[in-house]
Ligand binder design. Structure first.
Ligand SMILES: O=P(O)(O)OC[C@H]1O[C@H](OP(=O)(O)O)[C@H](O)[C@@H]1O
Ligand SMILES: O=c1cc[nH]c(=O)[nH]1
Length: 505
């Protein structure tokens, strides 16, 4: 064992590297590139060892900022270094890589070791990838869901009627939650919504809400907000609800994947932990979404409902249109602005956004008994059009530590480029994946002001030179790169009625 003092490096290098002076390593069984278990008063993690002559002094261990996002280690903390045995999980991950079924205790071990930082990025990535390739059966998914919830905090509300809505994501512009939560909260139901940051999209709900107010609230702050406003819209990753969720999501994001076993367990674990009893799952379906066909969506819905039954959460699934972006705004600030426009004056908002939001909210109002059967959508519309939802949104924004702003006060990227129609014709396709790529190339979601504002939707007739969409960014360099990508990949297809002329074979 080595006893060292922590020296924190303010550097995001993205992996669990630790640096030890080579004098300290002399005569020990620890070698560069080895994995060592680092135990500190704030928690333990597995780090890849690097040696140095000068970066840290004898008696110090250099630790990077990445770690402190998961474990609140401070400068000067005592650290005990031990050889990191190969985690038990490695054998179980190999089993899943080989397509085998994992036993409950094997799944528990993987989640436990992931959450206690004993797995390196390599093992975590191998696990996520093996689920993407080989999947899991429902028993495995149930075990993973339970463990993901049990390894974190659980919130217990002192009432039974706690509802939530959660989208599996995958469709650009899906800012629906910013309407559904205020509508449902204004109706008096308790809706403590947790969201993840973007996984495959250019803006996750947590990224969008963060434009308007704080989302990294503590459990106590969340309870306070929900008690006073009936709702919240917070980032699940900031609190210890299902901690494995944020670890796996951080691996899914660069690969832009969302394997079904994790999709099911991630959503459900967060909801169990948040004490949700009634949950509506939004399953956007269509070309370019995570789910392509109605049949696939129905099969996923059945799995959600079955899983819900096993973990005592009442689930209803809404299969929604996901064949093109929801609304016109893609990117955190653009989507926050569009959501505010919808709350301020629904007539000015895209009908796809309004329609989806009041439909989902309507289901929750019926489940919650504050609207008669089949009348939920009408009640939701009334709450939206009367301004009650906007008022509630301002309450939630304030309670979470933000300053309510009107839509025209939301800042978007100062650099912009307009993409125009190359010919007369009709918009026949808006590629979810390509439009997301353009928005991300412009800098979203890290650059909150970056994104894409659509000027057309599928079916619109356009003339050569008409505006199709505008790309925004805070950086001219990123904007130019996004424009190049847009010009190379054509996210929006414009075609005449004469699609192809064949005059000879
Ligand atoms: O589209 P991608 O990024 O893959 O999925 C992630 C998004 O889907 C869910 O949306 P919501 O919280 O129900 O609004 C997550 O919380 C996250 O915002
Ligand atoms: O919250 C979410 C949404 C989609 N997929 C996940 O894994 N988690």
């Amino acid at each position: 064992m080595l006893f060292l003092k922590v020296k924190l490096f303010d550097l995001d290098i993205g992996v669990n590297a630790v640096v030890i002076n080579e004098e300290d390593l002399k005569g020990t069984p620890y070698y560069p590139q080895d994995r060592v278990l680092v135990e500190t008063p704030a928690g333990s993690f597995v780090g890849v060892l690097h040696s140095t002559k000068t970066l840290v002094n004898k008696g110090e261990i250099g630790i990077f900022r990445e770690i402190t996002k998961e474990i609140p280690i401070k400068d000067g903390d005592e650290a005990i270094i031990r050889h990191a045995e190969t985690p038990l999980s490695v054998a179980y991950i190999r089993k899943k890589m080989d397509g085998q079924t994992l036993k409950p205790e094997e799944i528990h071990t993987i989640i436990d070791e992931m959450v206690t930082g004993k797995l390196s990025n390599i093992e975590n990535t191998a696990f996520v990838t093996s689920l993407y390739i080989n999947g899991m059966d429902m028993k495995e998914i149930e075990e993973m869901t339970r463990r993901m919830a049990e390894t974190g905090d659980m919130i217990d509300w002192d009432e039974s009627l706690v509802v939530d809505v959660h989208s599996i994501g995958g469709v650009p512009g899906n800012k629906t939650a910013l309407l559904v939560v205020p509508i449902v909260a204004a109706a008096g139901l308790t809706i403590p919504k947790t969201s993840s940051r973007a996984i495959t999209s250019a803006a996750g709900t947590a990224d969008v809400v963060e434009v308007l107010t704080r989302v990294d609230l503590s459990l106590d702050e969340i309870k306070q907000v929900v008690t006073t406003t009936n709702g919240c819209m917070v980032w699940g990753g900031a609190i210890d609800l299902a901690p494995a969720d944020d670890i796996t999501i951080n691996i899914e994001r660069p690969l832009s994947i969302d394997p079904e076993p994790l999709l099911l367990s991630s959503v459900m674990a967060k909801k169990i932990a948040a004490g949700i009893k009634y949950l509506v799952i939004d399953i956007p379906t269509g070309e370019g979404a995570k789910v392509k066909t109605i049949d696939e969506a129905a099969s996923l819905a059945r799995k959600f409902i079955e899983l819900g039954g096993r973990v005592n959460v009442h689930i209803e699934c809404a299969i929604t249109y996901g064949g093109q972006p929801i609304g016109r705004a893609i990117g955190p600030a653009l989507e926050a602005r569009e959501a505010l426009i919808a709350l301020e004056n629904y007539k000015e908002a895209p009908s796809s956004l309004i329609e989806k939001a009041v439909s989902l909210a309507g289901v929750l109002l019926e489940i919650g008994g504050v609207a008669p059967p089949k009348k939920g959508k009408d009640v939701a519309e009334e709450i939206l059009t009367s301004g009650k939802a906007l008022e509630k949104m301002h309450e939630i924004i304030t309670a979470q530590g933000g300053e309510p702003k009107s839509s025209d006060e939301i800042e978007i990227g100062e650099y912009k480029a307009e993409i125009i129609a190359p010919i007369d014709g009709y918009v026949t396709q808006i590629s979810n994946k390509l439009i997301t790529k353009v928005a991300k190339e412009a800098g979203a979601p890290k650059d909150k002001k970056a994104g894409v504002l659509l000027n057309v939707k599928i079916g619109n007739e356009v003339e050569k030179g008409d505006l199709l969409y505008t790309i925004y960014s805070s950086s001219e360099e990123r904007l130019n790169s996004a424009v190049k990508l847009a010009r190379r990949t054509y996210p929006i297809k414009v075609e005449g009625m004469l699609l192809k002329r064949i005059s000879k074979f």
